[in-house]
Design a protein around this ligand. Structure first.
Ligand code: NAI
Ligand code: MG
Length: 361
């Protein structure tokens, strides 16, 4: 089987880690022998935008749809305002490709010096999947500005919540919880202060929960209290569902608790499979370390492993597990950890170490 991958390296370390991910995926395919990946690389980035005035071609949608999956590095660079880069590429792709779920698994990989250790928690006490609503809510892009440049400037940022949008994310979250050993779902909201959209979230959550009574254990948290629970009682959580904004923030906290933002993966999924899904590490372009060869590629590899699982539709689960095992063998070795994980290895060394492990395991 040949899987067609649309690769969008983007900016900064996005370029380094995409290249590293392709190298590792090719090694995985060559070792296995029953499948391979074919990449189309798109030079869509903030850097290119500065030079030519556009991010993506007008027919970008048709181009992406020719692929089985999209692999994304990172977009954003200091000389282009971030809201322009986000709204020129990543958000239109998520919205147009029906990627209404963003899945962000978090656990402590072998060898990670996680801050959690200081809280006297063991690695097995942090094992979560954050399910982020990826199509509406606070990132619906609705609103406006008047008197933009004057002292009386007013801006609105309108969050949009629909029953259809909430129901489908709740259903996905309950199914995810059901598929995991602990069968536990925590829904995050802020329905005490936000009395319309968040109240609808609560209502739809309890409606869907009726279908899972006795199957999935569930509870509800306010987002502010949730940050405290994530730090103090990580073992009390398993699957977490939250809005676009809340889950964005909580997943960065989760990444920090698990050791580094350089480790954390994400999958932007169209569960209906009518469009290609997109896989990317959760970190950005990291201008502060770009070009230095020290970016941690582990988040990119974990995202690639999730991509293998997704395109394989159940047939490549063992291959993805083997890939994850190779990753953990490498993070478990102090000599092959990057600086953000307390080591001194560069991107290339870690990449080569993972390739060697894949060939070995
Ligand atoms: P960032 O994730 O790029 O960097 C935050 C900090 O984490 C930096 O100190 C960086 O060096 C470190 N870091 C990130 N990834 C790392 C890795 N793989 N290995 C080692 N260290 C790593 O977030 P920041 O600085 O807020 O944003 C930089 C740019 O990236 C902005 O233009 C922003 O809009 C964009 N961005 C893009 C995202 C995307 O494409 N999905 C997501 C987040 C930010
Ligand atoms: Mg984020």
């Amino acid at each position: 089987t040949v899987y067609k991958i649309a690769a969008i390296p983007g900016d900064g370390i996005g370029v380094d880690i995409t290249e590293a991910a392709e190298q590792v995926l090719d090694t995985l395919a060559a070792t296995n022998g029953t499948f391979k990946f074919e990449y189309t690389t798109f030079d869509w980035s903030s850097k290119a935008y500065k030079e030519r005035g556009w991010y993506m071609q007008d027919d970008w949608e048709a181009q992406l749809k020719k692929h089985d999956a999209i692999y994304f590095g990172a977009v954003g660079w200091p000389d282009v305002p971030d809201h322009i880069s986000l709204w020129s590429m990543i958000l239109p792709i998520r919205n147009t490709m029906n990627q209404y779920v963003n899945v962000r698994p978090t656990r402590i990989l072998k060898g990670t010096t996680a801050p959690l250790a200081q809280l006297q928690k063991t690695p097995s006490e942090l094992d979560w999947v954050i399910v982020r609503e990826n199509s509406e809510g606070e990132y619906a892009g609705q609103g406006g500005t008047t008197h933009a440049h004057g002292p009386n400037a007013i801006a609105t940022e309108v969050a949009i919540f629909t029953r259809v949008g909430i129901e489908r994310i709740m259903r996905f979250a309950f199914e995810t919880a059901k598929s995991r050993p602990r069968r536990k779902l925590t829904m995050v909201t802020k329905s005490n202060a936000q009395r319309h959209g968040m109240v609808l979230w609560d209502k739809v959550f309890y409606d869907v929960a009726k279908e899972y009574e006795g199957v999935v254990e569930f509870d509800k948290m306010l987002v502010d209290a949730m940050t405290v629970r994530m730090v103090n009682k990580p073992e009390s959580l398993d699957t977490i569902v939250a809005t676009n904004l809340h889950a964005d923030i909580l997943s960065d906290l989760a990444a920090a608790l698990a050791g580094s933002i350089g480790i954390a993966p994400s999958s932007n999924l169209d569960p209906t499979r009518s469009c290609p899904s997109m896989f990317e590490p959760i970190h950005g372009s990291a201008p502060d370390i770009a070009g230095k060869g020290i970016a941690n590629p582990i988040g990119a590899f974990w995202s690639a492993a999730e991509m293998v699982r997704w395109v394989g539709k159940g047939e490549l689960d063992a291959v993805a597990d083997q890939f994850m095992q190779a990753i953990e063998n490498v993070t478990g070795n102090p000599k092959t950890r990057t600086r953000d994980m307390g080591g001194s290895a560069g991107t290339t060394e870690v990449t080569e170490a993972v390739c060697r492990e894949i060939e070995r395991v």
